[in-house]
Design a protein around this ligand. Structure first.
Ligand code: IMP
Ligand code: MG
Length: 174
């Protein structure tokens, strides 16, 4: 089946928003060091761009998780596929995600990471689909709230494709 990608958020719009979030984080964490935790793979493009715009000292770590159950019906229990390299103890941690959808993955992940004793723990997501929320999760920094459409690009995939698009698009099937 052929797919077409319709642009939802242009490269310029996404770039401008990431600059804005970078400025906000630099302001909020003035005098501190931030520890960015990227949720692979989707969060990687956003984290790299964001990290470049943060002016306070930054350290980075990566983790990879998968939810138990089928792709379409996640149980909300998260399995760690790749854990962090560094402890979070006493660090100012910001989790960097591509998108918050049902909120299941993030609420579980936040609880788990909070137990590791960070000095502070916040959540930053490029995209948020509030209409899809099942589990309440507090998002500290949001790029864009978007309608309930399946999006790709900037790290987000459809069947592992389109992560490399420099904009956010909607997959349309012909
Ligand atoms: P949830 O918030 O636990 O439902 O899971 C969010 C995860 O589902 C994200 O990290 C993405 O990997 C994936 N996801 C949700 N919506 C989309 C979308 O529109 N495009 C691509 N992946 C999505
Ligand atoms: Mg993700």
């Amino acid at each position: 089946m052929a797919e077409k990608i319709r642009v939802m958020l242009s490269e310029q719009e996404v770039d401008a928003k990431i600059c804005e979030i970078g400025r906000q984080i630099s302001e909020d964490y003035a005098g501190k060091q931030v520890h960015l935790v990227c949720v692979l793979k989707g969060g990687s493009f956003f984290m790299c761009e964001l990290a470049k715009r943060i002016t306070v000292p930054v350290s980075l770590d990566f983790m990879s998780v998968s939810s138990y159950g089928s792709e379409t019906k996640s149980s909300g229990v998260v399995r760690i596929v790749k854990d962090l390299d560094e402890p979070l103890k006493d660090k100012h941690v910001i989790i960097i995600e591509d998108i918050v959808d049902s909120g299941r993955t993030l609420s579980y992940l936040m609880e788990m990471l909070r137990d590791r004793g960070p000095a502070s723990l916040r959540l930053c997501t490029l995209l948020d689909k509030p209409d899809r929320r099942i589990v309440d999760v507090h998002v500290d920094y949001t790029g864009f709230q978007i309608p309930d459409e399946f999006v790709v690009g900037y790290g987000l995939d459809y069947d592992q494709k389109y992560r490399n698009l420099p904009y956010i698009g909607v997959v349309e099937f012909e």
